[in-house]
Write a protein that binds this ligand. Structure first.
Ligand SMILES: Nc1ncnc2c1ncn2[C@@H]1O[C@H](COP(=O)(O)OP(=O)(O)OP(=O)(O)O)[C@@H](O)[C@H]1O
Length: 253
């Protein structure tokens, strides 16, 4: 379970996140949607422990990310929008390294077996022994995704997880996300691709100018937009964000 309560994050004078509260539950894929600069990545970075909140709390499975970072991070997987990878390691070596950091008590054989399983799941076995430096953009993305799931975390934060993936790789990734959620884990993901959010997410939170302006299932969002001709998630997204800008002003695009 991921709980964000009264979160505020300032970068100097810029208030990037302005009092956000939401919960992503076990078994759920929570989609975080918003225009560029709305505050999605900042919320994810604070939730991962990478940035300190200005105000408010984030807890991962009940552990406060600031006060109990080790316990919180043991339960956490995080795949940033621009992941850092080691070009001089093979994909398999990189994943073994990450797995060993999270599960230091495991043996080398256990780590190798888990990595093999993960590479099979993401359909990258034949490239596992190649250097990451030789990978295409899509292969790099796949390895980064594996690094977020390799230790079977209870909460996974995914910032634009399907960027650079072709249609069949995106399908493999989406299947991985769904399977992990169906096993009782929590996923929070951001995406600008409305079709992905529509098909994959159990609940949606729309963020505008650092605030969540509406959240719920797509059915619930449609109910709130009744009479405004919103048939798809794209229609709903445009309706709610435009309404927010008309009501509250601002220049987020
Ligand atoms: N390191 C930083 N220093 C100063 N301002 C920042 C920094 N990172 C983000 N911001 C500002 O915070 C606000 C929210 O940015 P954020 O990256 O969280 O948005 P986002 O919703 O993830 O956008 P995108 O969809 O473009 O990735 C923006 O106004 C951005 O310019």
């Amino acid at each position: 379970m991921l709980k964000v309560e009264g979160l505020i994050k300032d970068y100097g004078k810029v208030r990037a996140v302005n009092d956000i509260t939401f919960t992503a539950k076990p078994g759920e894929i929570y989609g975080f949607l918003g225009h560029n600069g709305a505050g999605k990545s900042t919320t994810i970075k604070v939730s991962s422990g990478l940035l300190k909140p200005t105000q408010g709390q984030v807890s991962i499975c009940g552990y406060d990310i600031v006060k109990e970072p080790i316990e919180a991070k043991k339960n956490l997987g995080y795949v940033p929008e621009t992941p850092f990878l080691y070009d001089k390691l093979t994909g398999a070596e990189f994943l073994e390294l990450i797995y060993g950091v999270y599960q230091p008590e495991t043996t080398a054989i256990e780590r190798q077996n888990r990595v093999k399983e993960m590479l099979e799941e993401i359909e990258l076995v034949e490239k596992g022994q190649d250097l990451i430096g030789s990978y295409s953009q899509g292969m790099r993305r796949k390895i980064a995704l594996c690094s977020g799931f390799i230790h079977n975390p209870k909460v996974v934060l995914l910032d634009e997880p399907t960027i650079g993936l072709d249609a069949s790789s995106a399908k493999v990734a989406k299947d991985l996300f769904r399977k992990h959620a169906d096993e009782g884990n929590t996923l929070l993901l951001t995406t600008h691709i409305m079709e992905i959010a529509e098909k994959l997410c159990d609940r949606i939170g729309i963020i505008s100018q650092g605030k969540i302006i509406i959240e719920g299932t797509i059915e619930a969002l449609k109910e709130s937009a009744k009479g405004h001709n919103c048939e798809s998630l794209e229609d709903l997204f445009l309706y709610f964000t435009q309404k927010d800008q008309e009501t509250n002003g601002g220049d987020s695009e």
